[in-house]
Design a protein. Structure first.
Length: 342
């Protein structure tokens, strides 16, 4: 059968063609694979750590060589050199001053005024000063002795070495000095129990009786004499300058005219003076006569003038010299200051 034979032939041819095609495709793929450039794989660079430093063993230290023994050497004694004599400290070149203040008072509530003269270079040497308390007249206050020139006279006397450096306390009498006559609840109590302790606690005041003096003019003269005659062991000196000894309420137990005869005043220095025309002179004369009769030493001076500021101002320098007579000019003779410096 022609039709059947043709079909077998065609099938064999197809297989042959397919095999050839496969051969050709395989050859082509091989050629392409041979022609393709293969990527170069770089070898990874290896890491080598740096070499460690060689450890060298340190030999143990050699024991120190023994030091040679010390041989003491002889040093000659230095020849002492004479020191030059010390140069004297130059004198004080400052000036004194007046300070004002108030001190507490239970008797003249609540306080009273005062002024205090402080000498040149006050407090610098660490020693105490003698103190002069000066009392005012009936119509005066703490300014009266300042106005009379007492502080200027003290300054001049100290600079001229006529008197030693001192403190001068000038006090106001308030109302109590005219309304009382004596005793602990009077102006006497103000001075003894309030003013003195205040001054001696706040200033370089010599607290021994040898370092205290008290004086006054007119009514203040009455008070200075009344206080000192009642308390003679408290003060070294007392002065009555034109003292108005006319207190009719005082009586013989307080009035200095009469207590001068009975009190032991043997250790007390007394100074009495007045102007020749002072209207209180007759009363002062009674005191003078009683002191004489009792054998009490005292200064008695009647000088030209009256009962006025002119008289007292003309004698303040003389008063200061008399009050200062027992006090040394040498500051080394005074005790140390044990209180404040004001």
């Amino acid at each position: 059968m022609i039709f059947a034979g043709h079909s077998l032939a065609s099938s064999g041819a197809s297989r042959a063609i397919s095999a050839l095609a496969m051969l050709l495709f395989t050859s082509a793929c091989a050629a392409q694979t041979a022609d393709r450039e293969m990527p170069t794989i770089l070898a990874t660079e290896s890491f080598s750590p740096p070499p460690l430093p060689a450890i060298t063993a340190t030999p143990p230290p050699s024991p120190p060589s023994p030091a040679p023994p010390l041989i003491p050497s002889w040093t000659p004694e230095p020849t002492p050199t004479a020191l030059p004599p010390p140069t004297p400290t130059p004198g004080c070149t400052q000036t004194g001053q007046v300070a004002a203040g108030r001190f507490p008072s239970a008797l003249e509530w609540p306080d009273l005024a005062y002024r205090i003269y402080l000498p040149p270079c006050y407090g610098e040497d660490g020693r105490a000063y003698p103190v002069l308390y000066m009392l005012p007249g009936n119509f005066h206050d703490d300014s009266i002795w300042d106005e009379l020139g007492l502080d200027e006279a003290a300054e001049a006397g100290i600079q001229d070495r006529l008197i030693p450096p001192i403190l001068v306390v000038m006090v106001d009498g308030g109302q109590i000095d005219t309304r009382t006559s004596g005793g602990p609840y009077s102006f006497e109590g103000v001075i003894l129990n309030e003013l003195l302790p205040y001054v001696e606690s706040n200033y370089c005041a010599w607290t021994d009786p040898a370092g205290r003096a008290i004086g006054g003019l007119s009514r203040g003269g009455y008070w200075s004499l009344e206080i000192a005659f009642q308390n003679p062991a408290v003060f070294a000196s007392v002065g009555g300058h034109g003292a108005a000894l006319v207190d009719t309420y005082a009586g013989p137990t307080l009035d200095p005219k009469y207590t001068a005869s009975s009190a032991d005043l043997s250790g007390l220095r007394i100074y009495l003076d007045a102007g020749s025309s002072d209207w209180y002179l007759p009363h002062l004369q009674i005191l003078h006569n009683n002191l004489l009769a009792a054998g009490r030493d005292h200064v008695w001076l009647i000088q030209e003038g009256g009962h006025d500021n002119n008289y007292w101002a003309s004698h303040v320098a003389k008063y200061l010299q008399w009050y200062s007579e027992p006090w040394s000019m040498d500051r080394e003779d005074y005790p140390p200051c044990l209180s404040g410096t004001g």
